[in-house]
Design a protein around this ligand. Structure first.
Ligand SMILES: NC(=O)C1=CN([C@@H]2O[C@H](COP(=O)(O)OP(=O)(O)OC[C@H]3O[C@@H](n4cnc5c(N)ncnc54)[C@H](OP(=O)(O)O)[C@@H]3O)[C@@H](O)[C@H]2O)C=CC1
Ligand SMILES: O=C([O-])CC(=O)C(=O)O
Length: 268
């Protein structure tokens, strides 16, 4: 049986880990192509890793792959998704914040038989949240605490003149809905955007964001109240070389890719 062809768009923290794993071998999957910005840097990395894989442009991806893992800056979400979805193919989207205002991409997938997959990523418990959403969820509340360098440079902080440098105690920098948080912190809390899509949507899901100098990890706590269950979940993510991105994110992608062809699937 031929393998499912996987491409990677964005060879950064997540993309490199996923590429390495695909090159080592995942059952029924092959590393088919990589699209990145700096080809020279990508070629040098691929050579060092001993990985042979074509480097292609974003619009060439549908010709090479059945599924593209989008792990690139949020601003190019459309350039990655549109050609793949119009060709009836799959995109695994990590830039979940950028997906929130783009219901048109879901419509495009529906119209052409394509699919957008949002993995659990740096979060936890989408199985329970989506199960509860089959009944009635009353509320989903999240609290995120990150070391200040995991939030530095976010548009909301810059626009509102909020400095997280030199903090000596925890500072609550934001309270609002998932939709507002996705626009305010597009590269820092993709997790709440994804959570909202699994549960009760971006306007009813709420988040508090704290910059906490006592933290060494990106910590997320979630409280769900539903007619089927009440539950709390928390995760303490070890930051990767990109301080905004937890190490577990790429592993979540690998687990989700593995499910694509696995004869045994566990969890919703
Ligand atoms: N859903 C979730 O749970 C999580 C989502 N994320 C999101 O996932 C995405 C990727 O994160 P991460 O891997 O840490 O990010 P990185 O910044 O480490 O990597 C992004 C890569 O995208 C590449 N890139 C930039 N412009 C283009 C382009 N025009 N075409 C192709 N590639 C391009 C860059 O390549 P180059 O090096 O050549 O410039 C860079 O290496 C981000 O949007 C991030 O916010 C992150 C963590 C958790
Ligand atoms: O959601 C994100 O973009 C990243 C994040 O919080 C984490 O890795 O813990």
């Amino acid at each position: 049986m031929s393998s499912k062809r996987i491409a990677i768009a964005g060879l950064g923290e997540i993309g490199r880990t996923v590429a390495r794993k695909l090159a080592q071998g995942l059952p029924g999957l092959s590393l088919a192509a990589i699209a990145t910005r700096d080809r020279e840097k990508a070629t040098a990395w691929l050579d060092r890793e001993g990985i042979s894989c074509p480097l292609v442009s974003l619009d060439e991806l549908p010709g090479h792959a059945d599924l593209v893992v989008e792990c690139a800056p949020a601003v190019i979400l459309d350039q990655i998704c549109r050609p793949m979805l119009a060709a009836g193919k799959q995109v695994m989207v990590l830039s979940a914040s950028a997906l929130l205002p783009r219901a048109d991409l879901v419509d495009l997938a529906r119209a052409h038989g394509g699919q957008i997959i949002v993995p659990t990523g740096a979060l936890i418990g989408f199985d329970a949240v989506s199960a509860a959403a089959e009944g009635a969820i009353h509320s989903v509340q999240m609290v995120t605490r990150k070391p200040p360098r995991g939030l530095a440079g976010a548009p909301y902080l810059v626009e509102n003149g909020i400095s997280v440098e030199g903090l000596t105690s925890a500072l609550c920098v934001f309270r609002g809905s998932a939709r507002e948080a996705a626009a305010a912190f597009p590269a820092n809390v993709n997790v709440v955007a994804a959570l909202s899509l699994a549960g009760i949507g971006p306007d009813r899901t709420t988040i508090e964001i704290w910059a906490d100098p006592a933290m060494t990890r990106n910590c997320h706590q979630i409280r769900v109240e539903a007619d089927s269950a009440s539950f709390t979940m928390s995760i303490e993510n070890v930051p990767s070389e990109n301080p905004r991105t937890g190490r577990i994110t790429a592993l979540s992608v690998i687990a989700a890719l593995r499910k694509q062809t696995s004869p045994l699937q566990v969890g919703t």
